[in-house]
Design a protein around this ligand. Sequence first.
Ligand SMILES: Nc1ncnc2c1ncn2[C@@H]1O[C@H](COP(=O)(O)OP(=O)(O)OP(=O)(O)O)[C@@H](O)[C@H]1O
Length: 248
Amino acid sequence: MALVLKNVSYTFTNKGNQSNKVISELSMQVNRGEFVSLIGKSGTGKSTILKLVTGLLTQDEGEISIDGKPISLGDVGYMPQRDLLLPWRSILDNIIISAEFRKDLQITREEARHWLNRVGLIEYENALPKQLSGGMRQRAAFLRALLTGKDLLLLDEPFGALDALTKREMQAWLLSIWQELNKTVLFITHDLEEACFLSDRIILLHPNKKVEKINVDLPRPRFPELLHSTELAGLRHELEKKIANETD
Ligand SMILES: Nc1ncnc2c1ncn2[C@@H]1O[C@H](COP(=O)(O)OP(=O)(O)OP(=O)(O)O)[C@@H](O)[C@H]1O
């Protein structure tokens, strides 16, 4: 067992004291080594769930734990929707930033270079973020989350802004790294095909705050040919229908 959310609720209160209960009595679990995707219409609270799990936000009610211990800031590797790379630091210095704040974490520059090489960014180790394309920045932001050394990675729409081909490449290397390093991943996407292709399970958030848990019974390892299979197309279609029929 890895991450458990039990009866979690969260309400945003705006300046005018208007409140918006975004998460209501949510219970869900992500097991060690699993790849789980969160899907649902815009505004159903996907990013809020990730922020609660990181500890950036604190739930009003309920419990969030990792291996039975209440979560605290810094327990997970987090890749937010916007990459938030520091514009004045080189790519290499951006990806090893966690080691500067944590005594328990040693990342050598050699190790960081190994990873830059793995994702095709070694030639950019000394470049500034603004010199990289969107896809390259996403890869750097992913490495920064990976090099926190945490088992649980929270990835908020990491490939949302990429063209279809780059997205395919990134999905393939994400799966290879996930398998090789035995990570646990909680992933947000609006791309239903992507959710089916990558995940063991999908958690669908409904606008009425209910959640639906869907198993993805597709074989692993996953190869790109699977994207053309009737099984994947059938599951994607099923999800599409569930989401399309919803009203707020
Ligand atoms: N800082 C904030 N202050 C007030 N309301 C917020 C804040 N952040 C998010 N919300 C509101 O909470 C709700 C859920 O937002 P959240 O970003 O978690 O949804 P989401 O499912 O991730 O959406 P999307 O798919 O568009 O990224 C929305 O109604 C949003 O307007």
